[in-house]
Design a protein around this ligand. Sequence first.
Ligand code: SAH
Length: 572
Amino acid sequence: MSRLAVTRALRATILSRPQLPRTPSFRNRAPPLPFLANYTRRNLSTTARRLKDDDLDERKWSTPLAKQLAEAITATGPVPLASFMRMCLTGDVGGYYTGAIGKSEQNRDQFGAAGDFVTSPEISQVFGELCGLWYVTEWLAQGRPSKGVELIEVGPGRGTLMDDMLRTIQNFPEMAKSIDAVYLVEASPQLRIAQKNLLCGEDAAMSESKVGYHSHCKYGDIPIVWTETIKSIPYDPEKTPFIMAHEFFDALPIHAFQLVEIPPAPSSPSPPGGGESSPIATITTSGPKQHKQPHRKSTSTDGSTPGPTLEWRELLVSPTPPFSTHASLRTPASQNPHLTPPPDFQLTLSPSPTRHSLHLPDLSPRYRAIKTAAASSSQKPLPDGSSARGAGALVEISPDTYLFAADFATRIGGSPAHPKPSPRGAALVLDYGPGDGSVPVNSLRGIRKHHFVSPFAEPGLTDLSADVDFSAIAEAAVNASEGVEVHGPVEQGWLLEGMGGRERVESLVRARLASRPEGEEKERFVRDLKKSWERLVDRGPNGMGRIYKALAIVPENDGRRRPVGFGGDVVM
Ligand code: SAH
């Protein structure tokens, strides 16, 4: 198949779906920078509040989930940010993706003008069509397998992206025939139904099995299987999995840690309840502040006085004081205080190590390097007598990100536990986060009706999202499987332009302008097509083409073949 044939097939596909009108006020889920700066300052506190039962009953919580969370915190103490996020997004009691919105707000969903945010596939069909084409180029490059292809999407939303991909792939009948099944990993029962309606038709039946839910796709009657976890999809070394993750990783829970300075161990016995577990740093508007309590002296064997050491401490979620207001909590203007009641919760710094703070920051050399660099930075004593050895550094770590990335890599490249005779398949991850290898910090945000709000306001009704650590995905993938290599991250604009998207949009516009009838509808179609494309590839400071990144996991080939959009060309 020639490159021209690929282009023609795509063009035919693009013409087949009418362009939807787009509201210019939509905002994607990427943060404006001032929000990041304010977030740390305002939502951190070192005084973790323990609730009394009276507080629980008397206090008016903003949502049923807020009350449930407060009860859990009363029983166990402040909870890791990851537990809070998990309950808020996919928990059984009114999580954001598991029922809260539909119940309280007349069945509106998360997407589009009436929802909270808009994503690239919802902005323009061209996005999904180019993604579909990307898998076609991988299928071509991997020897056009005639069977055993699986399309797997994690977090498919309304199903729009998969629909656009499948429609594109129909233009390549050989590949379409090679697809054994489509797997959709979806936590939301409501979105699962929306996906079934779009991909299979409203009247199509859905059956349930031990694995998940089953129906058949309107394109070629391909079986579609919905699972709640990726682990429920069988590993089969004979299969060629093509995996898509668009705006999925940003919804995975994160843990947050801060480096704090631990005074030297006392030479005399610790006072009761004191010692290492007493609070040692306070977050203020100007950053972490060391306590003035005198450091206890201890003498090492060579007679010198050892300095304080640095330790990771976890940021935990605890309730705000009763009767808090946005003013008392100093909710920053960038979190649109007028849109939500005052936050029910806030971040607190754990005064002692937690299971996660001892283990997770040790997981990667990247986190260890931050600690080492902090420890070797300025050794000069501060005016109050303490030393500034880089305390205050923050990291966000998402264990689920490691699990998903390792799973993708294992399916493509095999692993000792799941040997695969020859690596095949590919994964494409599109999301936002730093593309320079840095570890995300302070990136958790709440999103409500296209605005940023406090992530701790109205749990369950507020979307939560954090920057994706692409380097962690790459690291997890290559550690999990020797059979894969990773390309990127590259900017979304680069990927889409590199795939020839602009030429396709331009030729589409030409074709449409030459067509009849003349009229307003035609003009609107052309205008919307151009505008939505420009939005996807906009490389301005906050443009989607810049802040969204793409990363590819493909079979290991010693870097000889780069995927299309990542510097490579179509290989036949
Ligand atoms: N990819 C879609 C939707 C992004 S929103 C798009 O770009 O339009 C995030 C999606 O991930 C939703 O479908 C949500 O229900 C799903 N999701 C979030 N957390 C999940 C989890 N832990 N497991 C499975 N699905 C999850």
